[in-house]
Design a protein around this ligand. Structure first.
Ligand SMILES: N[C@@H](Cc1c[nH]c[nH+]1)C(=O)O
Length: 372
């Protein structure tokens, strides 16, 4: 019976066998793709000094991380809410001397204090790859392509990728010396909420076309090129076009140049991944600089629980029931051929209820429903 103490806090849940299986299958498919592209797995710890997690990425909100005092060092520790800053720390410390570009893969749990209104989950199983030493178009093209391949190999269909330019307003504001920092901040806020009326009233009418340069990639890009009459964005837009060409028809591409939500530390390029019929984003990525070392990098992170929801139902396993007194060597032979086995522990078990499809009978599997 469920006792009050057995309840889990809001936003945290057990993943039971069916869900856990889908998640681990998706995990192993995605990790195989990353390894195949030369990304070496690292395993950073679940918690570390808060100051180190916060200082490697500008814009990381420590207000959303679980913190506690370490009884041993009396310093503040934080539970990671994102693994990318940890990879940044590793790249600038233990692997500072490793040859560049450095390709690292990771997979592990992250937690946040506050869930978003749209998705109450506070624990996220992140899996990703970071390409350290480059934030070029070539690096971004590789990262988006590997992310799409990983999702496709996990079985997600109808993939789409939404491009954004996280530092767009900063870039445009640099040339617009007439605007005060307060006005620029107000413009950024109104663009975030995509409020055309608000944008006009804070003096940002010139930025209105940005709100309409969204949607299917080719169309949105040409609107953005028309807006960029003085060519401040030209190299970025050429970059987006080259990345889109690399993706080809492996995913549908859209552009939402003012989208900054979820891109706290990304620089010129950001992207969000979606799968058909799945409400939430499956992952995000982009270019950034590791604070401290100022090294450029590009990476992506997939949120595996969501990815697993888009993966096909795993085929039901053929499971062989091993009656009491069975020959262990024979059972081992069947396992090595790929059978899953369930060994009888006591009399009066019901093999079908235990998920078995076959029983070991005279040294060979016999379908349970065919049994007299
Ligand atoms: N870790 C980021 C995505 C990212 C990885 N690398 C660069 N950006 C996130 O989960 O939102």
């Amino acid at each position: 019976m469920t006792q009050p103490n057995d309840l889990l806090p809001e936003g945290l849940e057990d993943r039971l066998p069916g869900a856990a299986r889908r998640i681990t299958d998706a995990m192993s498919n995605c990790l195989t793709v990353l390894a195949g592209h030369g990304y070496d797995r690292v395993l950073p710890p679940l918690l570390e000094f808060e100051s180190s997690l916060a200082s490697r990425m500008r814009g990381v909100e420590t207000g959303r991380t679980f913190r506690m005092t370490d009884p041993a060092s009396l310093r503040t520790l934080a539970l990671r809410s994102d693994i990318t800053p940890q990879i940044g720390r590793i790249a600038s410390t233990s692997l500072a001397a490793a040859p560049r570009p450095l390709r690292l893969a990771y997979c592990g749990d992250t937690v946040t204090i506050k869930a978003s209104q749209l998705d109450p989950a506070r624990e996220r199983l992140q899996l990703g790859g970071e390409l350290i030493g480059a934030d070029s178009v070539a690096a971004a093209g590789e990262i988006v392509a590997v992310a799409i391949e990983a999702l496709a190999d996990a079985g997600v269909t109808g993939l789409s990728v939404d491009f954004t330019l996280p530092d767009l307003v900063d870039t445009l504001a640099e040339r617009d010396t007439s605007l005060s920092p307060d006005t620029i901040e107000a413009i950024r806020r109104e663009l975030d909420t995509k409020d055309a009326g608000g944008l006009k009233s804070v003096g940002g009418s010139a930025y209105l076309p940005l709100l309409y340069a969204t949607g299917p990639f080719a169309d949105a890009l040409s609107k953005l090129r028309a807006f960029d009459s003085d060519g401040v964005l030209a190299s970025r837009l050429d970059g987006l076009e080259a990345i889109a060409a690399r993706i080809g028809d492996t995913a549908r591409i859209t552009l939402d140049p003012t989208e900054r939500h979820g891109f706290e530390y990304q620089s010129w390029f950001g992207f969000t991944l979606y799968g058909e019929g799945l409400r939430h984003a499956l992952g995000r990525g982009g270019t950034y600089r590791i604070a401290g070392s100022e090294e450029p990098a590009t990476g992506f992170t997939l949120y595996l629980d969501r990815v697993a929801q888009g993966a096909p139902e795993p085929a039901a396993d053929e499971t062989l029931y091993l009656p009491l007194g069975h020959d262990a060597d024979v059972a081992q032979q069947y396992r090595s051929q790929g059978w899953r086995t369930v060994a009888q522990l006591s009399e009066n078990e019901d093999p079908v209820a235990l998920g078995c499809t076959h029983i070991l009978d005279a040294g060979a599997p016999m379908a349970l429903e065919q049994r007299p």
